[in-house]
Structures are given as structure tokens and as C-alpha cells.
Design a binder for this molecule. Sequence first.
Ligand SMILES: *Cc1c(COP(=O)(O)O)cnc(C)c1O
Length: 405
Amino acid sequence: MRRGSPFSRAVLGLACARAGHEHAVRPWRGLCDCGSPLAVRYDLPRLARRWRRGSLARRRGGLWRFREVLPLAAGVPVTDLGEGGTPLLPAMRLGRELGLARLWIKDESGNPTASFKARGMAVAVNVAVALGRTVLAVPSAGNAGSALAAYAAAAGAAAHVFMPRDTPRAFLADCRLLGARVTLVDGLITDAARALREGAAGDWTDLSTLREPYRLEGKKTLGYEIAEALGWRLPDVIVYPTGGGTGLLGMWKAFEELEALGWIEPGRRPRMVCVQAAGCAPLVRAFHAGEPSAAPWQDAQTAASGLRVPAAVADFWILRVLRDSRGTAVAVPEASLLADTLRLSRREGVVACPEGGAALAALRQLAADGWVAPDEDVVLFNTGSGLKYLEALEEALAAERVAVG
Ligand SMILES: *Cc1c(COP(=O)(O)O)cnc(C)c1O
């Protein structure tokens, strides 16, 4: 470790996603001067010479087993709540129903605070605290707030969470249970973000999606885990419910890094599928219009609160990855999203969240259209637990009773 720096020596600095502008990792920096998100750069050729994938066999599970490609040096103690290391489940019953022989579910519901937001917050909170930033804030549609609250509590930092007033109640309850200061805001997550910026004191650190570089680093471990679980091969297709896009971008970064490390065959990346709800689909609209960025969505509405993101700061970057991967973008109607939340749970025994239901509804369309072939390896994301969305799920169950009669 360099004296005084908590960063690993493999960290070269930060680079902006739009133009490659470079910055140092210290002091703390959120965005590039040009307004673009930043990503951590590593000295991968150097890591490739001394780090073998076989070394992982001797390590315990979880996110920190990929420590060499995470920003903090090995000697820096981290707050670890057991994030990552989630199963890639073979989805035989669902696969038969969709006519897909090789379907997998990456089930993220077992993470701390019951969603994959834990991965990003684990890394971001640890880096922030290592740099002496101890008042942390986030606007959230639900899960990001819960995850920040948990890691801040465990790391001894203060957490401020700004949420839409109509966020499902469980998110509010667990933020408060975990000691976060919660501010409810009329409107959407973009309004919550504005309220945060207006209310922020000088010592606050804003951990909004992709407005700082480290949540991406936590999310990228999804890509490492999928590659490892499939024997260092990548699937043909990844179906991902997209709000701000951290997971999708994080996985793509992981695949770039894995190629540079020589751990996977180059040039065989998955086609990435961005799934949004029909009531809030700015990225889907922009993708199919051939636009380089996405106009904000008006009157965003969906029970999949993680997808109720009318504008994403990394829109241009997500669209670029979708095109580079020869992927696509799919908007699913609210009724099929909810129906498929129930089906995903009942076919495979995972307590699916509405975002996972959206992913399944999209895959159903893609399989029916022949965009996905029957023998392709497909990874479908269940990004969190449905237990946080009781209001929406009870409504879906009631609607089902009415339909059955
Ligand atoms: C936040 C969230 C998403 C969207 O994730 P992004 O990385 O912001 O695209 C999907 N599902 C759930 C359950 C979420 O909490």
C-alpha cells in the first residue's frame, strides 16, 4: 500500500466514459468535469502476469474474493455484510416453458438488505469511509437506500436517504430500522435527487447511481461471478432490468477486464438486453430510435420501483454497450410484468421482485420472436426479493383471483 493511500497499487486512476478524460482517485471525485460518469482503471497487464484464476478456488465466496480488481488495497479492512456470491440457478421448468434449453437465473435476493444494490454500496461505502467521508447520501427508488443504510450503519457513517413518497413501505421501514435519516419527496427519484442536492451540506458525499465511480466496481462482480459459475465462458445473452444501468455497465466492464486478464476468450461477449417497464422506458425508446442518448420520460409509472428512473446519467454509455454487444432493449407492459413476477416465483422457487418479473416478460417476448435461439445460454436477472413490494404483489395476487374467477 502506498503511504496514506487506501487504494490498491493496481489502480491507475479514473477515466470518464464519454471522452476518456483522466483523473486521480484522490481526493474524492464524483463526476468528470464534463459531467460524465467515471470508471476505475486498473493496471490489468500487470495483474495478468501474477494473478491466476485458479487462485480463487482457495478463497471464500462473496464479492471480496475479487479483491485484486476492487479499488481498496488488500491490507485495508473492509465492512463486509456477506454481499455477493449469489447462485446462478439452472431454470429447468421455466426453460421448458419458454423453449430454452440453457436458461439460468442469477438470483440476487439473498444479498444483504435483499437486493443486488448491496454489491455497489459495499464498495462505495468502504471507499468513501477509507477516504474519510462519513456523511453519505443517496436518492433512491428503494433498494439503494436500504443498502446504503446498512453499510453506513456497519461502517459507522451517517446515511441520508431521499425517496419518493410513494416508495413501497418496506424500503422506508428498513432504512429507518438501520438508522438512516429519510426524507420523503413528492415526485420521482429525479425529484429526490434534486432535493438531495438542495439539502446537502458541505460534508455530504453523494452516492447517486453513477455520480461516483465505486458502486460500478461492486456491481461488476456480477460479471466475474457469472463467468466463474459457467467455467470461464460467458453466456450468449444476459437479460437485465435496467434503471440507472449500473449492473449492465458493471458486467460489461468485468468482461473487458476478464479479457485483459486472459481469463476468458476474447471477442465472445454476451448480447446485453436492457429491460424496462412500458410506463418508464426512456432507454428502450432511445435505443430503437437510434439516438445516442435518452430524453427524460414523462409521468414515469411502474410497480417495479427500481425501474422507475426517468433519466439516467449514463444513458449514452448504456446505449453504446447495447449496440456494441449487438443486444437490444425491450419494454414490457405492467400487467405482464406482474404476472411474470408470480410465474418466476412459482416455477423456480425464488421470491421474485417486479424487476425480475419484467426481465422474464421480456425474455418471453424475445424467445417467441426467435431473437433468442433455443440452445443459447441465457442469464435472466432476479435483482432482489419480492418481499419488499408487498403492496404491488398483493395487488397482483388479487388481480389473479379476479381473472381466475
Ligand atoms: C436498482 C434496481 C434495479 C436497476 O438497477 P440499475 O443498476 O440501476 O439499472 C433493478 N432491480 C432492482 C430490484 C433494483 O433495486
